[in-house]
Design a protein around this ligand. Structure first.
Ligand code: WT7
Length: 651
C-alpha cells in the first residue's frame, strides 16, 4: 500500500439526486422488484453453492461437476470434476434453435466496411481457425498471444483457442513491442496472432511491425499468424509467419471441442499493479463463463431481440467479458466497432446506434466527457430512440457527466448502470439492476447477487455508514481470478494478505446510509488514465531506463477528459533541461510501454522531495501536479527547498 492509503480517506462528493427506474422499463425487466433482488442476494450469501449450482445448469457441461465450490479464498475452485468448453457454450449450443441464423457479431470497420457473422458463420470460422492452430502445433495448455485490431477475427481467434484449450493472452494494440515481448516471455507464449495493421483515425497502426520487433526478444514464440486488414506492407519470415487466409484455405469446418476441466485457464490478461511488472491475471473456464453470462443478463437486462453494443476494446477485460464471452454465452447480438469515436467525425457512435438500432449501450466516463466537449449537436443529429439502457465502466463518473448521459443520450428514458469491477473480478461486481435500483449519479450502488463487499480499516474492522475505507470482498465468486500467471505468491500477497480472509480490491470506498457504494480512488500507486490502469512505477522504470534520467517520480493529476493525466517529475544526469528532451522522454515512455502511457507533463527538478528515510513524498507531488496548495504534513521532508523549487518551476 502507498502513502495514499495512510492519508485520511475522505469523500468530497455530496450527491443527493436519485432516479428510480422508469415504469416502462420495470415492466419488461428480467429482475423487476426489490424483493426479487433481495431474495437472490440473500440466497447467494447464505448458500453460495446452492445459488451458483442452480445457475450453472444454464451452461452446457460435457461432464457434470461433483462439487460447486471447494476451498476457501484464495484457494477456491468452482465446479470441480466438471468438463466444459467455452466455445461450445458461446456457439454450438445456439445452433440447434432458430438462433443458428441470428446475428452473433455485427461488425463495423472504421473505414465504413461492415460484416455480420451469424452463429452458424461464427461456428464455421472458429472451427476452421481452431484447425489452423492445431496444424501449427498449438496444443491444449499452450499460451497464445493475440495482438489484433478490433476485427471479428479477434473474437474468432479467442474462441478457437478456447475450443482446443489453448490459453489466450490478449495484448491491447496500444502497447509497444517491448511490452509485447515482456508478456510473451512471462506467459511463455508459443504462437502470436496479429494483423498487418489496424485502422485508427484513418491511419494504419503497424501491428505486425511491432510483433516483429518483439520477437527479437521473445524466444518462446515459434510461429506467427497474420490477418490481412489494412493491406500495408509487411515482412513475412518464411517458416515462421503465415497468412490467416492461406491457412484457412484447406482446413475442415468441423473441429471437435476439447473437454476441459472447469478450472482450466481460459485466458491470461496482463494488468498494472503497484510495481513495475504487470500482473498476468488468470481466469478459469466454468466459473468465468457462468459469471459473465449471468452478470450480462442481470445488469444489461439482455433480451433475445436486443442489439447490444459495448464500445471497449477487446484488449481490455471489458471487451473479453462484455463483447465476447458474456453476450455470446447468452446467444445475444453483440456489436463490434473497429475505430475511433471521432472518425470521420464526432457523430460516429451515434450514427452506429441509429444504423443498427442499438438497444443497450455500454461505454466509459472518459468517452462521455469527450462527447460533452464535442457538443450536443452531434448526438442530436441522430435518432437514438432505440436505446433503452445505458452503462458505464472503468472509473468513477462525475455526476455532471452522468446527468448529461442521462438527458442527452438517454433522453431521460434509459436507466444508467454504473458498473464497478476489475480485471481481477472477471465480471461486474457492483451495479444497479436497471429494473430495480434507484440510481444516484456517481455511485455504482449495490452489490450483485453473489457479491459480499465490505468497507474496512487497515486493521480489517468494518466501518459504518459514510466512513471511507478499504473495499474488500468477504466471499468468493465463480468468476474471480485464480492466480497471477507464474507467481502464485504475488497473487496471495497482493489480494489476500492485507485483510485476513478477504479479497482486497485496491480501491477506497464508502457506503452511504442507503447501503450504496461510492468508489473514491485507488489505494496503491495505480492511476486510471482514460479508464485504463497504469502503474506509476511502470512509467518511472521506463523513465529511469533513459540515459539522461537520474531519478523519476510519477503521479496522476485531475484531467478534464482522461480522468487522470500522467505527470512525471524528473531529475537529470545532464544540464539539458530542454523542451526537446521533454518530447524525447515522452516518446521514450511510449516506446517502452505504449501510447496508453504517454506522459502529459514532464517537469524537470533539481531534486525530488523525500522523507528522512528516503521515500519520495508522492503526496506532495500530487498536490503540485494538481496545482493545489499542499495541506499535508511536510515536517518529515528532507529539504524544504526542494518543494519550494518545484513550485517555482510552475510559474
Ligand atoms: C479499476 C479496475 C473492469 C472494467 C475496466 C477497468 C476502477 C472500474 C469503476 C466504476 C469507479 C471504477 C477502479 C478499479 N473502476 N469501474 N464503475 N466506478 N471506479 O478494469 O483496468 O482492471 O481497473 O478501475 O479503481 O479498481 P481495470
Amino acid at each position: 500500500m502507498s502513502d495514499q492509503a495512510n492519508e485520511n480517506i475522505e469523500s468530497v462528493l455530496q450527491e443527493t439526486r436519485s432516479f428510480p427506474p422508469p415504469a416502462e422499463f420495470v415492466e419488461q425487466a428480467n429482475i423487476s422488484s426489490k424483493e426479487q433482488y433481495e431474495e437472490l442476494w440473500n440466497r447467494a450469501k447464505d448458500d453460495p453453492a446452492g445459488f451458483w449450482g442452480d445457475l450453472a445448469q444454464g451452461l452446457e457441461w460435457s461432464q457434470p461437476y461433483d462439487q460447486v465450490l471447494e476451498g476457501e479464498m484464495p484457494e477456491t475452485k468452482w465446479f470441480t470434476g466438471g468438463k466444459i468448453n467455452a466455445s461450445v457454450n458461446c456457439i454450438d449450443r445456439h445452433l440447434d434453435s432458430w438462433r443458428k441464423n441470428k446475428a452473433a457479431i455485427v461488425w463495423e470497420g472504421e473505414p465504413g466496411d461492415t460484416r455480420v457473422l451469424r452463429y452458424q458463420d461464427l461456428y464455421r470460422e472458429v472451427c476452421k481457425f481452431a484447425n489452423c492452430l492445431k496444424k501449427l502445433g498449438v496444443e491444449t495448455g499452450d499460451r497464445v498471444t493475440l495482438y489484433m485490431p478490433m476485427v471479428p477475427e479477434l473474437a474468432i481467434a479467442m474462441l478457437a483457442c478456447s475450443r482446443i484449450g489453448a490459453t489466450h493472452s490478449i495484448i491491447f494494440g496500444g502497447f509497444s513491442a517491448d511490452a509485447i515481448a515482456d508478456r510473451n516471455n512471462d506467459a511463455q507464449a508459443k504462437l502470436v496472432i496479429t494483423a498487418d495493421g489496424g485502422w485508427r483515425r484513418g491511419k494504419n497502426i503497424p501491428l505486425k511491425e511491432a510483433v516483429d520487433q518483439s520477437l527479437e526478444k521473445s524466444p518462446s514464440v515459434e510461429k506467427v499468424v497474420v490477418y490481412r486488414r489494412t493491406g500495408c506492407e509487411v515482412d513475412m519470415v518464411p517458416d515462421r509467419d503465415y497468412w490467416w487466409h492461406d491457412l484457412m484455405e484447406d482446413v475442415s469446418a468441423e473441429c471437435d471441442p476439447v473437454e476441459l476441466d472447469s478450472e482450466h485457464p481460459l485466458f491470461i490478461l496482463y494488468t498494472s499493479g503497484s510495481t513495475g511488472k504487470p500482473k498476468g491475471v488468470q481466469h478459469s473456464t466454468g466459473g468465468y463463463l457462468l459469471g459473465t453470462m449471468m452478470t450480462s443478463k442481470w445488469v444489461f437486462d439482455l433480451k433475445e431481440d436486443d442489439t447490444y453494443w459495448c464500445t471497449a476494446d477487446i484488449g481490455w477485460i471489458t471487451g473479453h467479458s462484455y463483447i465476447v464471452y458474456g453476450p455470446l454465452a447468452n446467444g445475444a447480438t453483440t456489436v463490434m466497432y473497429e475505430g475511433a469515436p471521432n472518425w470521420p467525425d464526432e457523430g460516429r457512435f451515434w450514427e452506429i446506434i441509429e444504423k443498427y438500432q442499438v438497444n443497450i449501450f455500454y461505454t466509459a466516463p472518459t468517452a462521455i466527457r469527450a462527447f460533452i466537449k464535442w457538443g450536443d449537436e452531434w448526438p442530436n443529429k441522430y435518432d437514438l430512440s432505440s436505446l433503452r439502457l445505458l452503462g458505464t465502466v472503468g472509473e468513477p463518473i462525475n455526476p455532471e457527466a452522468w446527468m448529461w448521459y442521462h438527458t442527452v443520450i438517454g433522453q431521460e428514458r434509459c436507466p444508467i448502470v454504473d458498473t464497478w469491477w476489475q480485471t481481477e473480478t472477471g465480471g461486474i461486481m457492483m451495479s444497479p439492476l436497471p429494473g430495480v435500483t434507484a440510481t444516484k449519479p456517481g455511485s455504482c450502488t449495490t452489490p450483485l447477487p453473489g457479491v459480499v463487499p465490505d468497507i474496512v480499516t487497515a486493521e480489517g474492522e468494518s466501518l459504518g455508514d459514510n466512513q471511507g475505507g478499504l473495499l474488500v470482498m468477504r466471499q468468493p465468486w465463480p468468476h474471480m481470478l485464480r492466480t497471477l500467471y507464474g507467481d502464485h505468491e504475488r497473487f496471495k500477497d497482493v489480494y489476500f494478505s492485507t485483510i485476513e480472509g478477504c479479497y482486497l480490491a485496491g480501491d477506497s470506498a464508502r457506503r452511504d446510509e442507503d447501503g450504496y457504494y461510492w468508489i473514491m480512488g485507488r489505494i496503491d500507486d495505480v492511476i486510471n488514465v482514460s479508464g485504463h490502469r497504469l502503474s506509476t512505477m511502470e512509467v518511472e522504470s521506463a523513465l529511469v531506463a533513459h540515459p539522461k534520467v537520474a531519478e523519476a517520480a510519477v503521479v496522476g493529476f485531475p484531467h478534464e477528459i482522461k480522468g487522470e493525466g500522467i505527470c512525471c517529475f524528473v531529475t537529470l544526469t545532464t544540464e539539458d533541461g530542454s523542451d526537446e528532451l521533454k518530447n524525447e522522454l515522452k516518446q521514450h515512455v511510449r516506446t517502452q510501454i505504449g501510447v496508453v502511457a504517454t506522459p502529459d507533463e514532464i517537469r524537470f527538478a533539481a531534486a525530488l522531495p523525500k522523507t528522512r528515510s528516503g521515500k519520495i513524498m508522492r503526496r506532495l507531488l500530487r498536490d503540485i501536479a494538481a496545482g493545489r496548495e499542499s495541506t499535508g504534513d511536510t515536517t518529515t521532508l528532507e529539504d524544504f527547498n526542494v518543494i519550494a523549487n518545484l513550485k517555482q518551476k510552475e510559474d
